[in-house]
Design a protein around this ligand. Structure first.
Ligand code: ADP
Ligand code: MG
Ligand code: MG
Length: 868
């Protein structure tokens, strides 16, 4: 295998092999942009290394060949004493994982070559020693695993309140000595002086960083597969830390927060690498670079335009200026907020860069769901205490906490928290996940907090410099003597950047109002409108709603539902009607039973009338009663206590006997669904009659009667016969079909379809029975362990398990249609509104998905994306 690619050999389509960073460095190189030369070691080499614990054979030789070629073209050798070539060793996986993995700069420096570097830089000793101390610091932390604070503390002590740029050559040289001491103390060995040895160790450290705990956590959160591995980029160094005419920066080709075109970025003079995002000094807005170095600035703008037109999308970039010469160090299609994604997609259409089809694929259902989040009520009384940068939109309210541990702890107790930090770093990830929102007092829109929060869709206000955050003291203060301690409630607005004391009430989003029927006014809603229309035109899948009352049904229609895919009837037996059900179940004879049924029927009928009216001529699938019997019976414990304490009436005693008789050890596998209908005579007949009568009363009504939980076609046949007779008697047409939610029903679908005019996959129960997981218990008991172990990346109750449950769905679809080619097939579990599951339903040839009313826009969009 070929394990190493020169930057001139790769291109952006090779992300699997070269990682995102490597593929895009190659792409920029081939576009003729100023990229420092270098090469990439493939993810395949990483996978081999992680699996075997050793570098693949031949890799060393191949790296050496490429390094030789690099040395030749640069006219210097790695670590050469009088004129060293230096390189960076940079991680870069297929999917960007900001700050998760490692990069080491200035490889090739040692006690000799540091002098050579100074000499070549025109006697700039300060720069050379600064580069050397950075190497030992990064190498020590990343490659040798030394606690980074040891280096930080030594640096802080030396700075003694000054900035890092105030340190002179002599001081930095002394710092190098103390850093070397730290390495010796911590590892028992000297810092490795051999440049090739440094490089080799750094490569392995980058490979290892793939499995660092925070990287594992990030991948799980972002649903990035665990087995991809990272590539390693070896890139010749350019230096932003040579003085005032040098620096380093990051930029976006448009605002990743709003999508608006313009110049967005941060720049830091006389700095290297992570300095910009780490917040060690305050950055300046990119616009000010024009004043400092107009030539580089103009070149940068023109490169950004080239990149946008080439990638036809928002790009983010990292660049460095070395003594007035601009170098590009990274680019990629940039992360953005949900609102920006919709705006940018339609802007690019208007610029003629992409088609509407592409625009639809550029946004996701998750992003749309985020736009449906509520925001703060503009009219509410608010006490604003400060304003920061609007880094990631949304409205978050919660108790202020100052550490990741505390955030996770309180969140586990069900509290809403806002994580407040001076700045965040990758170790704060678990706290950021646990928090409702994130607030920092330092760092810009490209800071760690901002980038990660946007990725997660979490509300974030960053760089609120008016705040004085005391993490150790668990408190912050704001202008005007405001003090907020841990546990005090604050509200943060990630759209405006404002911070409020106390709880601010939230209101619905403009996007929801649009779905409710408001005319699109602002440009975001207009963009959503265009994309939704196009997605609707493209999709093949129908979208229905799970709704069981007229209000939900009406909302579902406004949100675009083409019918009801699941109308549950069990809630219609609760509340006041409970007594009637109890009478029904405990009836002593046919007469008592009939009396209870007669009382229930008109109530049921009026329920259905309301729903049919809301749905007009759209189909309404009504599921006959499903839940376990015990849910309708009085509590066994309460009754037993009554009897034991002698407070019971005769009726109570009879009731207790009946409840005991009907008590089940495992109700979810007990007397429920079709079984209940077969055991209690007249129950299903009453429901069917109520449906038929209601349909007769509402012109255009299209009922579909769905029998739950069958496992054998015989069960269905029994019910079907009776139901068909009632429909004929009332004179109403309705399809009769079944839920497919037991594995046996799925596996015998060919037979089941003989008695069913439609199938609807009840994937909640199907998942429960296919895995043998009780869906009411597992989330609390062992799922977190399973997720930790990577047994699955996401709960199968959230995203349909394609290999197992999905196979049952595919088999049932195929065999059902073989029996009955016009069999209508849908899905009505929670999965109907989950993006990945919607794609599965499209691929498997289902006719529609059904989901809760609020998820309908998401399902419509994803169904459109699946078709494109
Ligand atoms: P990350 O994936 O965390 O962004 P990078 O590999 O991009 O890590 O490295 C971080 C930063 O280090 C870059 O943005 C750049 O500023 C600096 N850097 C990396 N390689 C070089 C290089 N060859 N010359 C100068 N700076 C570099
Ligand atoms: Mg980078
Ligand atoms: Mg079910």
């Amino acid at each position: 295998a070929k394990y190493v690619y020169d930057f001139t050999e790769g291109n952006r389509n090779l992300k699997d092999l070269l990682g995102g960073k490597g593929a895009n460095l190659a792409e920029m190189t081939n576009l003729g942009l100023p990229v420092p030369p270098g090469f990439t070691i493939t993810t395949e080499a990483c996978r081999h290394y992680l699996a075997e614990g050793a570098l693949p054979e031949g890799l060393d030789r191949e790296v050496e060949e490429h390094l030789r070629a690099l040395e030749e073209s640069m006219g210097k050798r790695l670590g050469q004493a009088d004129d060293p070539l230096l390189v960076s060793v940079r991680s870069g996986a297929k999917f960007s994982m900001p700050g998760m993995m490692e990069t080491v700069l200035n490889i090739g420096l040692n006690d000799e070559s540091v002098h050579g570097l100074a000499k070549q830089a025109g006697g700039n000793d300060r720069f050379a020693w600064d580069s050397y101390r950075r190497l030992i610091q990064m190498f020590g932390k990343t490659v040798l695993g030394i606690d980074g604070d040891l280096f930080e503390d030594a640096l802080d002590a030396l700075k003694d309140g000054r900035q890092d740029t105030d340190l002179d050559a002599g001081e930095l040289q002394r710092l190098v000595e103390s850093y070397k001491g730290i390495v010796r103390d911590q590892t028992g060995d000297d810092f490795p002086a051999d440049a090739r040895e440094q490089m080799r160790m750094a490569v392995m450290a980058v490979f290892d960083s793939w499995n660092a705990p925070r990287a594992i956590l990030y991948r799980r959160q972002e649903r990035i597969p665990a087995d991809l591995g990272t590539a390693v980029n070896i890139c010749s160094m350019v230096f932003g830390n040579c003085g005032g005419d040098s620096g380093t920066g990051v930029a976006f080709t448009r605002d990743p927060g709003s999508g608006r075109q313009g110049i967005y970025g941060d720049y830091l003079q006389n700095a290297q690498g992570e300095d910009v995002v780490a917040g060690i000094r305050n950055t300046i807005p990119l616009q000010e670079l024009e004043r400092l170095d107009k030539r580089s600035y103009d070149e940068l703008l023109s490169i950004m335009e080239t990149l946008e037109n080439h990638y036809r999308d928002l790009c983010d970039i990292e660049f460095t200026i070395e003594r007035g010469k601009l170098w590009m160090l990274q680019t990629r299609v940039g992360k953005r907020t949900a609102g920006a994604a919709f705006r940018i997609a339609t802007q690019l259409v208007d610029q003629g860069l992409i088609t509407m089809d592409e625009a639809v694929t550029r946004v996701t259902g998750d992003q749309l769901a985020r736009l449906m989040f509520p925001r703060f009520d503009a009219g509410a009384d608010k006490r604003r205490i400060a304003k920061g940068m609007n880094a990631s939109p949304g409205a978050a309210v919660g108790k202020a906490v100052f550490s990741s541990e505390r955030a996770a702890e309180l969140a586990a107790q069900g509290e809403d928290v806002i994580l407040v930090r001076r700045e965040t770093n990758p170790d704060d990830l678990s706290g950021m996940i646990a928090a409702r929102g994130i607030l920092t007092s330092r760092g810009g829109k490209t800071s760690h907090a901002a980038v990660v929060a946007r990725g997660m869709g979490k509300t974030c206000v960053c760089g609120a410099e008016e705040l004085d955050v005391d993490t150790a003291g668990r408190t912050f203060s704001a202008p005007g003597g405001v003090v907020v301690n841990e546990g005090d409630v604050i509200s943060i607005d990630g759209t405006s950047g404002e911070i409020f004391l106390g709880e601010v009430p939230v209101v619905a989003s403009a996007v929801v109002e649009y779905f409710e029927g408001a005319e699109p006014e602002d440009d975001l809603v207009k963009a959503v409108d265009r994309i939704m229309r196009h997605a609707d035109g493209a999709r093949r899948l129908g979208v229905r709603a799970n709704a069981d009352n007229p209000e939900d049904a009406a909302r579902a229609v406004r949100f675009g539902a083409e019918g009801i895919g699941l109308c549950r009837t069990e809630h219609m037996f609760l509340g006041d009607r409970r007594q009637l059900v109890e009478d029904l179940v405990l009836a002593a004879g046919a007469e008592e039973r009939q009396a209870a049924l007669d009382a229930l029927e008109p109530l049921q009928k009026s329920d259905f009338v309301g729903i049919f009216q809301a749905m007009g001529d759209r189909p309404v699938t009504i599921r006959l009663i499903d839940p376990p019997l015990h849910e309708f019976l009085p509590d066994i414990v309460g009754l037993s206590v009554k009897v034991a304490t002698g407070e019971a009436t005769d009726k109570d005693r009879a009731l207790l006997a009946a409840v005991k008789r009907l008590h089940e050890q495992n109700p979810m596998l007990g007397l429920r669904g079709v079984r209940l209908g077969l055991v209690i005579p007249g129950l299903f007949a009453m429901q069917v009659r109520a449906i038929a009568q209601a349909a007769k009363e509402v012109p255009g009504a299209r009922p579909e009667i769905m029998i739950p939980l069958i496992a054998a076609v015989q069960e269905l046949e029994c019910v079907r016969e009776e139901a068909a007779a009632i429909l004929a008697e009332v004179g109403v047409d309705a399809l009769i079909g079944t839920m497919v939610e037991t594995p046996r029903a799925a596996l015998t679908a060919g037979q089941v379809a003989e008695a069913a005019e439609f199938f609807s996959f009840g994937t909640n129960d199907l998942t429960q029975m296919a895995w043998g997981f009780s869906r009411d218990d597992v989330e609390a008991s062992f799922f977190s362990r399973y997720l930790e172990l990577g047994i699955f990346g996401v709960s199968p109750f959230e995203t349909l398990d394609r290999e197992g449950v999905g196979r049952l769905v595919a088999i049932a679809t195929e065999e059902g249609r073989a029996t009955r080619p016009d069999l209508k097939i849908g899905i009505c579990g929670e999965h109907g509104g989950d993006p990945d599951s919607v794609h599965f339903c499209h691929d498997t040839g289902l006719d529609y998905v059904s989901c809760s009313p609020f998820r309908i826009p998401v399902a419509r969009l994803e169904a459109g994306r699946a078709a494109l």
